[in-house]
Design a protein. Structure first.
Length: 259
């Protein structure tokens, strides 16, 4: 929470319609997860690095330590600074091989690098080599760096990589759905913005042709952990579509066997 309670962040909380939650110990957070019925949870790192270390975000060693404390529940994704070149590729290798991370999380907009820029291809190549998914932050706050058309080329060039686009529901709802329709390795995660005007098409798709490519995430702390209840109450879901949305699709991305 120390990343998001700084001066100037009040605008974001107002936009998302919720107050910043209090800082809590990891054990209390895990109890909250159990309270809402979450059996496995992905924790994604986010970071910008400098020669002195992590300039913004959390270290991947910290994420790995959290996972080690609750290995049956937490799944760690490494935060990767896309602007750090060979160092970024090396960090992916370290995070997966040494820290046991199961994927990577990138924020091209923080480096002002478009997602189809060839600078990012070594990262995608390493993800393909290691067989790990890539989570990319998109959504209305990143502007042109979240244009779904920019992701068409890399998702076509790396069909073996599962690309998860975080907050990919608004404002270009139909364009994101079109990308997922074209590319079966594209997964849309519509957290935070699910009730924004024009988002109903996402839920129609989640109950129809794209039911195996849309996944749930709370994006906590930006939405409450019980947001699933609100989503299920707002739209009509088949039992099969709901299971895919809240568990099966994510399990397939992560290589988790269904119990």
């Amino acid at each position: 929470m120390s990343l998001y309670d700084q001066p100037g962040r009040e605008f974001l909380w107002k936009r998302w319609g919720c107050p910043p939650p209090p800082k809590v110990e990891l054990a209390d957070f895990m109890a909250d997860l159990r309270g809402v019925g979450v059996t496995r949870a992905v924790v994604t790192g986010r970071q910008v690095v400098s020669d002195q270390g992590v300039a913004f975000g959390t270290s991947n060693d910290y994420i790995a330590d959290c996972v080690k404390r609750y290995p049956d529940v937490l799944i760690g994704f490494a935060g990767i600074d896309v602007s750090s070149g060979d160092r970024a590729v090396a960090e992916i290798e370290r995070a997966v091989r040494d820290l046991g991370m199961k994927g990577i999380s990138i924020d091209p907009f923080t480096a002002r690098i478009l997602p189809n820029d060839r600078q990012l291809y070594p990262l995608y190549e390493k993800a393909a080599e290691l067989g790990i998914p890539v989570v990319t932050t998109v959504g209305p706050l990143v502007g042109r760096f979240g244009d779904p058309y920019l992701f068409d080329e890399p998702t076509a060039d790396f069909p073996m990589v599962k690309f998860v686009y975080s907050h990919a529901v608004w404002p270009q709802v139909l364009d994101w759905l079109g990308l997922a329709f074209r590319r079966p390795n594209v997964f849309l995660e519509p957290s935070i913005y699910w009730t924004n005007p024009g988002c109903d098409a996402m839920w129609i798709a989640a109950n129809g042709q794209l039911s195996d490519q849309i996944i749930y995430a709370s994006a906590f702390p930006f939405a409450s952990l019980n947001a699933m209840e609100k989503i299920r109450a707002r739209w009509d879901w088949s039992d099969e579509a709901w299971h895919r949305f809240t568990y099966a699709n994510a399990a397939r991305i992560l290589g988790i066997e269904e119990g």
